[in-house]
Design a protein around this ligand. Structure first.
Ligand code: MLT
Length: 255
């Protein structure tokens, strides 16, 4: 198994991901919100890259069974029901609903992966699910970090490094890592003791704190707290592998 990694979606052409297995990582906050929404019973999530498209798709379905969720500049989009704070995707708000979802970087990364064969969505909150998934698929795969407006994002790269670290510790016959994957593994080693501190000191972490969304950081830095594996199937994200609402891990988030 060869593991490749791209620090931003701008580094890769979608056709290069055709028929590949891809893990999309957007720790702050798309991956975490998507996992929490599906864990709390959302029927499905339809990622789109533009607000216009979200409005068009939800059209007259909007309201009863279809909600709009997402952000621009970290804030809820006007006319949407939900922003991109993972905690907003509570059972009472989203159970049984479909969510048209648009975020700045996460949606773009998902769009880039649309021709891939298998696409899983990962973060710290479901890292063990992602490790199990790539071991099960047992093929070369690509980690696609959502990044931050085309720039390297620390939190996504450290999370990718955690995946690399877990795979390098797993008893896999032959696993090879690209230089970018090796570099992310080293990054993870440097920050593994206090992921929340790393997230708080990241550029996007500081930005979200600056707009009053600091509570999201601890939520997004939790490890294995949301044991589901969202997968992009065609143009819809669903949970194929459900752990029947297993108890989230009680690993305390170091503040
Ligand atoms: C993104 O997709 O860019 C992020 O999830 C943005 C955010 O939620 O702050």
């Amino acid at each position: 198994m060869r593991v490749e990694l791209h620090f931003t979606p701008h580094q890769i052409d979608e056709l290069a991901l055709r028929d590949r297995t891809v893990v999309v990582i957007d720790v702050l906050r798309a991956s975490t919100s998507i996992a929490n929404a599906l864990f709390n019973g959302a029927k499905e999530i339809i990622p789109v890259t533009s607000v216009e498209r979200a409005v068009k798709i939800s059209g007259n379905l909007f309201g009863d069974h279809v909600l709009r969720g997402g952000e621009r500049n970290g804030k809820m989009i006007e006319g949407f029901n939900l922003g991109n704070s993972p905690a907003e995707y509570s059972e009472e708000k989203i159970k049984g609903k479909a969510i048209i979802f648009s975020s700045t970087n996460g949606s773009l990364a998902l769009e880039k992966a649309r021709f891939a064969r298998n696409v899983a969505i990962g973060g710290f909150v479901n890292i063990s699910q992602v490790v199990a998934f790539v071991q099960e698929v047992n093929q070369d795969f690509t980690v696609l970090c959502a990044g931050n407006n085309g720039m390297f994002s620390l939190e996504d790269s450290v999370c990718a490094g955690m995946l690399v670290q877990r795979l390098s510790e797993a008893d896999l016959d032959d696993v090879a890592f690209s230089d970018a994957a090796i570099a992310s593994g080293m990054l993870y080693k440097g920050y593994s003791r206090n992921l929340l501190k790393m997230v708080k000191n990241s550029e996007h972490g500081k930005y979200l704190t600056g707009i009053g969304q600091a509570d999201d950081l601890a939520f997004c830095a939790g490890v294995d707290t949301i044991p589901v594996l969202p997968q992009l199937i065609g143009s819809v994200i669903r949970v194929k592998r459900d752990t029947e609402k297993a108890e989230p891990s009680k690993t305390p988030v170091i503040s």
